[in-house]
Write a protein that binds this ligand. Structure first.
Ligand SMILES: [Zn+2]
Length: 401
């Protein structure tokens, strides 16, 4: 072979990789990229947190901020109003209701503070429109309907605050139904009578119902009962790793049959068996005991506990699952039910993240990998946001009838 031909061939192979990477990145920028479960509102209520500042997941566990939305080409998503499950009584309902309202208002405050950067989205048309305008999309969702208490008129109150996705339960059973992870087992065999009314009211208003964290029986009942397709906003495949937070194939198939979507969850402990670090477990248990012993929490004590938590993370780092373990769930579900029924959630700022996909800056890795697996731009547009928009549109159209 002539020397110059060899040089050209070598150059060609050197150039082709970055060219492909550029093309992948351009595709990623072109399509609307949404994450269905951003747990960041819990950070927004902290006066020291500034969404416009770039944080670092290794140093402070933070996984979402505006500079990294730009780096990772994340156009927005559903920003979560999360409530920890507590006791079932009127006093507790009132306290947690007020906290949930404050979290919704914190998101509104963020949007109001940076109107050129963020925009609140409340309709299916809003997402693509805001994306085209070059701003970040802020849909709101509720994870755990517990703060609604037994007052279903509050669903409309949160709807008016912009909430368009509603998940009945979290880690434990509540007044609306059974959780996938309640240590005491099932209480309602799925939805409670109040839970059935919650589904009907969400349908009436035009909200997407979310079956993540719910017991499989609740998810099956909700797919039957809901007038519009449901979402699993951050869940995985039980056939890949047997865990209560993952769903079996019959639910995945029924989800596809009813037009629903599962958003693949990058939460390490649900993806695979992670090696234990007893020293980290001991340190976290000791910190939890210390926190539980505090009778009156002040900002100073909270800051001290926070610093201790960071120190534990520094000394005994959190074990991360591999990116491949996330991809294993992703590809399994894609092959089973197809790209019309699959989407993305990192569960970022909520305990999610795996190696090489540990904050929103890493979103392009997933696009690259799915392109490598043969998925097209139209598949990716659906996976990264189109499917979610379709669900919201179905919810809206039903409510308009
Ligand atoms: Zn969750």
């Amino acid at each position: 072979m002539h020397k110059s031909v060899l040089v050209i061939l070598l150059l060609g192979s050197l150039i082709s990789y970055p060219a492909a990477a550029d093309a992948n990145r351009e595709l990623h920028e072109r399509i609307m990229v949404l994450d269905s479960h951003l747990d960041t509102p819990v950070k927004l209520i902290d006066p020291d947190f500034d969404i416009m500042q770039r944080y670092n997941v290794i140093e402070d566990n933070s996984q979402v901020d505006f500079p990294r939305m730009q780096e990772g080409g994340l156009d927005g998503g559903f920003w979560v109003i999360f409530s920890r499950q507590g006791p079932i009584n009127q006093k507790a309902f009132q306290t947690v209701r007020d906290i949930a309202v404050m979290r919704a208002l914190a998101v509104h405050k963020m949007v109001a503070a940076y109107p050129d950067v963020f925009e609140l989205a409340t309709t299916a048309a809003d997402g693509p429109r805001i994306h085209a305008a070059g701003k970040r999309i802020v849909y709101l969702s509720i994870e755990n309907a517990y703060p609604l208490g037994e007052d279903l008129s509050l669903i409309k109150t949160f709807y008016d605050l912009g909430v368009r996705m509603l998940g009945p339960v979290h880690f434990a059973n509540n007044q609306f139904g059974d959780s996938a992870t309640d240590l005491g087992g099932q209480k309602w065999q799925g939805l409670s009578p109040l839970g059935i009314e919650l589904v009907k009211e969400a349908n009436r208003l035009g909200m997407i119902l979310d079956g993540s964290h719910a017991h499989d029986d609740l998810v099956r009942q909700m797919m039957e009962l809901s007038a519009t397709p449901i979402v699993l906003s951050h869940s995985g495949a039980n056939s890949i790793y047997n865990h209560a937070r993952n769903v079996p194939d019959d639910i995945l198939l029924k989800l596809a049959e009813t037009g629903g979507v599962i958003q693949m969850n990058a939460f390490g402990g649900y993806l695979t068996k992670l090696p234990e670090n007893p020293r980290r477990t001991d340190a976290l248990n000791a910190l939890r005991a210390k926190s539980n012993a505090v009778t009156k929490m002040t900002d100073a004590i909270a800051a001290e506990l926070d610093a201790e938590r960071r120190e534990i993370d520094r000394k005994f780092p959190r074990q991360l699952a591999s990116f491949q373990s996330y991809i294993d769930h992703f590809l399994y579900v894609l092959k089973l039910i197809g790209p019309d029924h699959v989407g993305v959630s990192g569960d970022f700022d909520g305990g999610g993240g795996v190696a090489e996909f540990n904050d929103i800056a890493a979103m392009p890795h997933l696009t690259e990998r799915l392109i490598k697996e043969g998925y097209s731009e139209s598949d990716l547009a659906k996976i990264w946001g189109g499917n979610l928009i379709r669900l919201l549109q179905a919810a809206e159209e039903h409510a308009a009838k």
